[in-house]
Design a protein around this ligand. Sequence first.
Ligand code: ZN
Length: 429
Amino acid sequence: MKNVLRFGLGSAILAGSTFLAMPQTAEGFSTLGPGENLNLGQRDFRHFNEFTGAANNNTVIHPNWPQYTGADLAMWKAGAEWGSRIHGDGSGDSSQGFVGSGEADFSFFWEGAANGIGGTNDNIISSISGSAGGVLAYAETPINNGWRIRFYRTAWSWQDGPGTVSSGIDIQGVAAHEIGHALGLGHSGVGGSTMFASISGTGQGNRSIQNDDIAGVQFIYGARSANMPSITSITGSMVPGGTITITGTGFSTSTNRIWLQNDLVDGGNNGGAHVTIPDIASTGGGTSISMTLPASGWEGGALHVKRTTGNGGELLSESHPFDGDGGGAGGGNDTINFTVSDTTPNTGQTITFSADNCPPLQTYTCVWANSDNSPFFATFNGTVGSGTTDSLGNMNFNRTVPNAGAGRTFYMEVQVLGEDSNTVQVSVN
Ligand SMILES: [Zn+2]
């Protein structure tokens, strides 16, 4: 099944205040099919970022949405708007009061960057060249075992915001609509709803889901359970081996699971799997968790707590910002030792990327993982360099930091066959 979102030329749909006065009825939404929903194994979503120019030029990192900018950030916020509770303090989108309006037993898990479009079940948002009449984007379903979303990248003047979008088409608004299909929603007959079948104007109004959309997600997943754990803050040392304290409500007494983003960037299903830290106890009547972060193999962005007693979607907390740095050596899936000759280089400086303990005589790919997918090293698909490892399992290559890298922070890693390296943060002066 393919659900398309069209640009409603001249139809004035969503425009003006007329629709705000219309009754928002629960009858407006439709669902893709009975029993179509995403279980706890399908909460991940990622973005393969090939947007350029105005579609990917926001470089401002917002503390409520750490480590992501550009089109990635627009996608993340679009998914988080459907979440069970507000994300962090809800801020970061000046066009709506807060982000996180679904109030259902459902929250997405943002897994960050992908380096390919993936299959139709890999839960990756990506873009495609060409056009299809007035179609802006489409979602491929059915949804039980995953989905895929494609934007017509070259057919429209996409804008990544993050503030008011006054021209072109708003990525975040369109993403919110397509992600609604990923959740199992069909189109709504209620004007002003995010799930209405067409937009006019920039589509920015679609960022904020409306009563009919909320009724739809609650119909599929159930209204938010009082048992759902909630995170109010995360403090402590957010580095490998550091100790953090998660404060909130509704945690299990023991055997909570902490979900972190993994550090694997791929275009397949593996990159969507979260890092699970199992068997974590709470104190204070389920209001506080103290835990040690693993030595490696994870990244910052968002964190969830999954309690161990309950049913389905009520087990998993809402997403909460987690500005951690998961670099480090050894353990996890970081079997390759990766170094960068200068992690705080100047523009115009040549830096060397090196790794050892790689599988010998195999193709390596050096990618930026996580963070800012701006036009760095003049590529947009996440690849900084590639080649073949030598007979001893080593690799290295040089790149000159372009002027476009000024002031930006990147997280780099190397991938060889099914293995990947530790993550290295590079902050350009
Ligand atoms: Zn649609």
